[in-house]
Design a protein around this ligand. Structure first.
Ligand code: 0PR
Length: 365
């Protein structure tokens, strides 16, 4: 750290240069985050410096967090859902496995997850010393429900399904998994970090939420398709009692217990997340999601005219292809199996999709 402070002018010119080195969202086709909505940016600035870690000091901000959870619960067919705003899918998944382990109280816990599960489950199982049991996928990259059931035993503390997989954009057979969970009396978590703010707005929504009786908890991230500032995730549970294994006493705070993993928590992104949902409403979200889905379909159709085959027809806005070469200047990604992967986020406009298709045409025609 320097001894003498820097002038404001010089400092901000330095910061602007560094910021200028960041890539522009327009050509990023690999990210599940997006440019935050202008309303989110404004709300975030308004709540900068608020700390949800001590909610009694910021009752207004804490009230917004409750409204966010209520609004997401309502969207996911359970207005009475409980939970809190996390830092994202990773924290939500860690907390769920911790909670489910605590509720089951078994000696050698294991969790049953699809092979497509996000790497946050590996982190969670490592932290919590839980055995992870990956279940193979069917030919459409969805969890094989029969194979999942075979993996469940009396030490299984959590069964996990994914609504909107990170790599292929698939929704696992959540309805069947929910039935298995009810039959076998196992806690069932749906990781909808990405798809939670996509699937409800599809022309034909796929059942994945609290409307299914076996679903105990859902992670859904406003900082992905909710266009909110980073970090904004949410963990929702069916009833408050489920959170009890997470509770710790916080004697010198304004509240006497908390369920969260982190202590100090930013209120800004939470206000931003709430603001976007309020501002757009279901109607606005539907229009954005359907635009992203139309772009995904156009991208698939466009690349297939060059003989590049889709890996699968996705349930949400992630397109994957068998394709070795891609044009320079575009940020793309590859799945573990080597497929070209493109996420049609709200910042990926139809013009950008057409420009990418043309650039692909030049090297594949
Ligand atoms: N669950 C699912 C289904 C996810 O896709 C992700 C992240 C998580 C959980 C974890 O969420 P957090 O990263 O918020 O903790 N999926 C993307 C991924 O890891 C996130 C991402 C975002 C990656 C922007 C790249 C990027 O530029 O691939």
């Amino acid at each position: 750290m320097r001894e003498k402070g820097r002038s404001r002018e010089e400092l901000f010119s330095f910061l602007a240069r560094r910021r200028g080195e960041d890539l522009e969202y327009g050509r990023i086709l690999s990210s599940m985050c997006t440019r935050p909505h202008p309303v989110a940016v404004e709300a975030e600035a308004m709540f900068a410096g608020t700390n949800l870690g001590d909610p009694g000091l910021f009752p207004g901000t804490a009230g917004i967090e409750r409204l966010l959870i209520e609004s997401l619960g309502d969207l996911l067919h359970h207005p009475g859902a409980c939970g809190y705003a996390t830092s994202g899918g990773t924290e939500s998944n860690i907390q769920v496995l911790r909670m489910a382990r605590g509720l089951a109280g078994v000696q050698d816990p294991n969790v049953v997850v699809p092979e497509s599960a996000h790497f946050s489950f590996e982190k969670a199982c490592d932290l919590l010393s839980i055995e992870i049991r990956p279940v193979p996928l069917d030919r459409n990259f969805r969890m094989d429900a029969e194979a999942a059931e075979e993996q469940v035993d009396r030490n299984t503390t959590c069964l996990v399904g994914i609504a909107g997989t990170t790599e292929y954009g698939m929704v696992d057979p959540i309805r069947i998994l929910s039935d298995i969970a009810v039959d076998r009396g196992v806690f069932f978590h749906v990781d909808a970090a990405f798809g939670g703010l996509v699937v409800p707005f599809l022309e034909e929504p796929i059942p994945f939420d609290f409307a299914l009786p076996g679903v105990c908890s859902i992670s859904v991230d406003p900082h992905k398709m909710g266009m909110s500032p980073i970090p904004a995730g949410a963990l929702l549970v069916r009833d408050e009692g489920m959170l009890s294994p997470l509770s710790v006493a916080t004697p010198y705070l304004t509240v006497k217990k908390e369920y969260t993993l982190t202590g100090t928590r930013p209120g800004g992104p939470v206000a931003g997340a709430f603001a976007v949902l309020e501002f757009l409403g279901r109607e606005g979200m539907r229009s954005i999601v359907q635009g992203c889905m139309a772009n995904t379909a156009r991208l698939i159709a466009g690349l297939e005219t060059f003989g590049l085959e889709r890996a699968v027809t996705p349930d949400v806005n992630v397109a994957t292809f068998t394709c070795d070469r891609t044009p320079p200047g575009w940020q793309i990604s590859r799945t573990r199996k080597g497929h070209l992967r493109i996420v049609c986020m709200p910042h990926v406009s139809r013009d950008q999709v057409e420009a990418f298709i043309s650039a692909m045409g030049e090297i594949h025609a």
